[in-house]
Design a protein around this ligand. Structure first.
Ligand SMILES: NC(=O)c1ccc[n+]([C@@H]2O[C@H](COP(=O)([O-])OP(=O)(O)OC[C@H]3O[C@@H](n4cnc5c(N)ncnc54)[C@H](O)[C@@H]3O)[C@@H](O)[C@H]2O)c1
Length: 326
């Protein structure tokens, strides 16, 4: 059941104090929804709420670390006490860590990024989906992945793997929710105006050291650039202004709501990434052994009861998306 009518419904958006989460929250406000802005950074959360106050939009702020399971349950109670049922959960809060080759990563960095980017999303799903199923009304879960979770950015192993996990968990979740009142989408944006390379270091535990001075695409000083994948520490080209490739967070938010209403499996922002995705899946197809003779017994097994191993109907349901450019 798709969440087609948004007006009067309630959205719970994590990472809403900045960037994409703030844009999604604002798009929800513009769509007439009650908006619950959720973030770990209390001051930024209060600042993000000002826009809603000025617009006179119904909203509420909740300070939450999405990795805190008990805190998440309390936040859900708090949200329900304020607006009743929560119809849209957007698991968007995320962090990055300095780009180093995986074998140079610290266990602390591994725990930090998987904690927020994977466990934070799992916590949101485990907290809210049972409640949504109980409501019996159309509801939807959006999980923010990234294009880099679908076609990996060289050198960003930890970030890529957390975002790939979001895609896999959401694809499975959507299939498992089929026939219920709850639906799910993967949001996999390309570049959007956001502050991940700043906020990730604000929320980074002191024990991991503050590496705020390290931009995401540059290796930290202790790493020999020669050890980084050649395209990871790329040389900026001054004549190309990368910011022109970004879309605004509000536009990203509007695309998310459009995808929710359509019941899309994947919500994308940049068609320029499509050829890279095609290359990836074509590479996989080339890698399957070109057998001249297919074993008939195996075929029977995989086309019979065990087809759930080889075919997932969730993919066939994705409909073509009309162009966004006007
Ligand atoms: N901006 C992009 O180009 C882009 C592209 C692809 C994917 N993404 C993903 O989109 C999401 C938002 O990115 P953004 O660029 O808007 O970043 P941002 O830094 O502007 O916002 C992230 C927000 O998440 C919050 N947060 C971090 N850890 C938290 C925690 N443990 N609990 C609660 N809140 C927490 C931060 O305080 C911050 O307000 C992230 O998941 C990111 O990986 C961003």
């Amino acid at each position: 059941m798709a969440l087609e009518v948004l007006k009067g419904k309630t959205a719970f958006v994590t990472g809403a104090a900045s960037g994409i989460g703030q844009g999604i929250a604002q798009a929800c406000g513009n769509a007439g929804m009650n908006v619950i802005l959720v973030d770990l950074r209390a001051k930024a959360l209060a600042e993000a709420a000002v826009w809603f106050e000025q617009k006179g939009y119904p909203h509420h702020t909740i300070e939450l670390d999405v990795t805190d399971r008990a805190g998440y349950a309390k936040a859900a109670d708090n949200a329900e006490a304020k607006f009743g049922k929560v119809h849209l959960l957007v698991n968007n809060a995320g962090v990055e860590v300095p780009m180093v080759p995986l074998w140079k990563s610290t266990y602390d960095d591994i725990d930090f990024i998987t904690g927020v980017n994977i466990h934070g999303v799992l916590n949101g799903i485990v907290t809210f989906v049972p409640r949504m199923l109980n409501y019996g009304e159309a509801a939807h879960v959006v999980n923010t992945s990234s294009q880099s979770g679908l076609s990996v950015v060289p050198g960003a192993t930890l970030y890529n793997l957390t975002k790939a996990a979001i895609a896999a968990m959401t694809e499975t979740l959507k299939g498992d929710l089929k026939g219920t009142n709850v639906d799910a989408s993967v949001f996999a944006p390309g570049p959007v105006q956001g502050n991940l390379s700043v906020t990730s270091y604000e929320v980074r535990p002191e024990s991991l050291g503050n590496k705020a001075e390290i931009p995401v695409f540059a290796p930290p000083p202790e790493v020999n650039p020669a050890e980084i994948s050649p395209t990871a520490g790329f040389t900026p080209q001054p004549e190309l202004d990368f910011s022109k490739a970004t879309i605004s967070a509000l536009e990203a938010g509007e695309r998310v709501l459009n995808g929710v209403q359509r019941g899309d499996l994947y919500i994308f922002t940049h068609p320029e990434f499509a050829p890279g995705i095609k290359n990836k899946y074509e590479a996989m197809l080339r890698a399957y052994p070109a057998e001249t003779k297919i074993d008939p017994v195996r075929t029977q097994i995989f086309e019979g009861f065990f087809s759930f191993l080889t075919q997932n109907p969730v993919y066939a349901e994705q409909k073509p998306v009309p162009g966004f450019y006007k």
